[in-house]
Design a protein around this ligand. Structure first.
Ligand SMILES: [Fe+2]
Ligand SMILES: [Fe+2]
Length: 402
């Protein structure tokens, strides 16, 4: 008789641990084929950072597309609300008569099987393949299996070990939103799709909040920050995310800035309080955490100091500072010089640019923030001879023959 495996889960996203478990299931339970079934999630359980049903389905398809014996089914997703294994098994036993259904269950699920909706019906319709994820719980599972068998004599089950994979979907989502490498945790196509979905989520919020011009600027800064990170050997995805989100609170009302300052206990010195042009850097550095769950210190500090710079600037801070001034929407006189200089030498570029910003701020009648003054002093000590003129000469700017 054909043995058809059933491998269900939330799969948000389907990761390499799921893949290992699925392959172990196919091999150990001697299956002919296997259905991989993303579970339906009731609307009240969905969180804003979750993937849509269609996205979970697509990620699962991509993760399994090279397994000829696996087929991804949208059946549970098409049912409204919560999934009941019993109903899925009833449907499958009608659709695939003369087939032995074999249900994959992990350790936690096996230990609570007796509490599932209509367990006796589940055991009538399917054989249970229970997989121990840690290996350490094998004795506990064995004992539980004996108890279950007493309560449900027609239960047919086998216990197997599964190679452990110590990362959860939640951790992978957290890593992804913080721009960390997840290529060892999910198949490459899933990683690419997750990044696409995430960028769309960021962009949707920016589109809602920002004017068209500032949205274009944000996309431009993301692109320029990505290029500078590649050139200078910084984490590229973190630079891109910081670039995209750096102005996310620039156009929100005054009260919203202050709500975030208070909620995240962000101290405002007198200069900051008096200069509303600087508020958005402080509030956005907290809003990325509140809105998207971003906690990466490099992304947060790059956003926090993108308006003033600071002493001891890190590579990601300097990248965002320069990308903000040189993205493709900027068209002031010397923008090409700053673009060239940022690509050639980031800190020299930051020094020349910060001096220029300092003078501009002063010209417009604002007090220059001390973070900027300290940043300039720190860079002047490192590069005592650098001026705009030395750098223009060094880079042969403007290019001869232009
Ligand atoms: Fe800004
Ligand atoms: Fe900006």
């Amino acid at each position: 008789m054909t043995r058809l495996g059933i491998f269900g889960g939330t799969f948000a996203p389907f990761h390499k641990g799921h893949r290992k478990a699925l392959e172990a299931f196919f091999e150990h339970a001697c299956l002919h084929r296997c259905l991989v079934i993303p579970a339906g999630i009731p609307p009240h359980k969905k969180k804003s950072a979750d993937f849509t049903d269609a996205q979970r389905l697509e990620m699962t398809r991509l993760a399994c597309e090279d397994l000829p014996w696996a087929e991804v089914s949208d059946w549970e997703i098409r049912q409204d609300g919560a999934s009941y294994t019993c109903k899925t098994l009833q449907y499958l036993s009608e659709r695939f008569p003369d087939t032995r259904l074999v249900l994959y269950v992990g350790s936690d699920m096996f230990l609570t099987l007796q509490n599932w909706y209509r367990p006796e019906e589940i055991f009538r319709l399917a054989e249970i393949a229970a997989f121990s994820r840690t290996g350490e719980d094998f004795d506990q599972l064995t004992a539980h299996g004996k108890e279950l068998k007493k309560a449900f004599p027609h239960l047919d089950y086998t216990l197997y070990p599964v190679p452990p994979f110590p990362v959860s979907s939640t951790e992978i989502r957290e890593k992804s939103v913080n721009g960390e490498d997840i290529s060892h945790l999910v198949p490459p196509k899933v990683a690419a799709l997750m990044r696409e979905i995430q960028t769309a989520r960021f962009t949707a919020l920016l589109t809602e909040r920002l004017s068209e011009h500032r949205l274009k600027h944000s996309l431009g800064v993301a692109k320029e920050a990505e290029a500078l990170a590649k050139i200078h050997g910084a984490p590229v995805e973190k630079a891109r995310i910081a670039g995209l989100l750096h102005d996310m609170t620039k156009e929100v009302p005054r009260e919203e800035h202050f709500r975030l300052f208070e909620k995240y206990n962000l101290p405002l010195d007198e200069n900051l309080r008096n200069n509303k042009n600087l508020w958005h850097a402080v509030s956005a550095s907290a809003d990325v955490t509140e809105t998207f769950g971003i906690t990466d210190p490099e992304i947060i500090s790059a956003i926090r100091y993108h308006t003033t710079g600071k002493a001891d600037m890190t590579l990601p801070e300097a990248i965002l500072y320069m990308a903000d001034l040189t993205d493709e929407t900027r068209d002031y006189d010397d923008v090409d010089f700053y673009r060239m200089l940022a690509r050639d030498h980031l800190e020299k570029a930051a020094l020349v640019a910060m001096r220029w910003c300092r003078d501009d701020v002063a010209r417009r009648g604002f007090a220059v923030h001390e973070d900027m003054l300290k940043g300039i002093a720190w860079l002047e000590e490192k590069y005592p001879d650098v001026t705009e003129e030395t750098e223009k000469t060094r880079l042969n700017y403007p290019m001869k023959g232009r």
